[in-house]
Design a protein around this ligand. Sequence first.
Ligand code: NAD
Length: 319
Amino acid sequence: MKVAVFSTCAYDEDFFKQFNTGHELSFFAVPLTDQTVSLTNGFEAVCIFVNDQADAVVLNKLHENGVRLIALRCAGFNNVDLIKSKELGIQVARVPAYSPEAVAEHALALILTLNRKTHKAYNRVREGNFSLERLMGFNLHGRKVAVIGTGNIGKAFCMILKGLGCIISAYDPYPDESLKSLGITYGTLKETLLDADVVSLHCPLNDDTFHLINSETLTLFSKGAMLINTSRGALIDTASVINALKSGQLGYLGMDVYEQEGKLFFRDHSEDVIQDDLITRLISFPNVLITSHQGFFTQEAMEQIATTTFKNIDDFAAG
Ligand code: NAD
């Protein structure tokens, strides 16, 4: 099949070319948007990632151009209008699970870095400053950690927390029985968030979970708690989180994903573009740690992503 691969990550092209797919892959170093969808003319499939946009406008143009398959290289599919794609007969395939440990371990990395302030110590020591000032952390052992969503990633994260000796409370409309038998307590969202020292989000973004963390739910956390989001940016209302950081209700914030991510991902890196963004305000807080949607980015996960994506294209080609 002729596949248009949209990727702004130069790494992808070299990585995917290692696989002998039997398909004709063309790489475009731009996001898929209504501005770039004309590039798909003559392709039967497009291969896209988290920040590409397949809304109704883009889907109509894909359909006109003869595209019959959208092969997502990710698990989340909130960037595709599934109702419209079904209406147009465009199939959508995704990679439902790829190394959940990769994202779970990244969530842990954010927690430990923020808590023990290793990023600050790293910079200080390089400047010859070995002082302990403002570096005091807390033991995770014995702390209440709220895990929101216990699917592939949330479950892997719970297993890590179990080893650390945390008290784990979880919220998921479909509780995992095997986690219950490990002593993990499920409750309502409110019960789960109540007095939590760390809250980590692992649920999908949809109408029910949009701004799940907002001015109301933030008040349930224990004062000075830590919020970790490696799932999707719009799970948190960023403006409310900024207020909670200012008031001290929120003590730490670790984010791998953020609202307006698409806009930031593809910005031209000039200062003026992001000056007024909420993200710029967040970066100014010393107790905020932001990474650039890299939770999935391990050798093992990339191999699984490539293998499943090409299998999805093979299966589609085979009918
Ligand atoms: P999954 O489908 O295996 O698990 C999601 C879980 O969330 C399910 O158990 C589901 O029942 C639960 N859920 C649904 N609605 C909920 C709600 N209202 N409240 C609480 N839980 C709810 O997905 P996964 O593979 O574990 O991935 C989770 C999310 O992580 C994805 O949606 C994606 O947004 C994100 N993700 C991020 C990265 C990254 O690089 N940072 C990589 C992969 C996935």
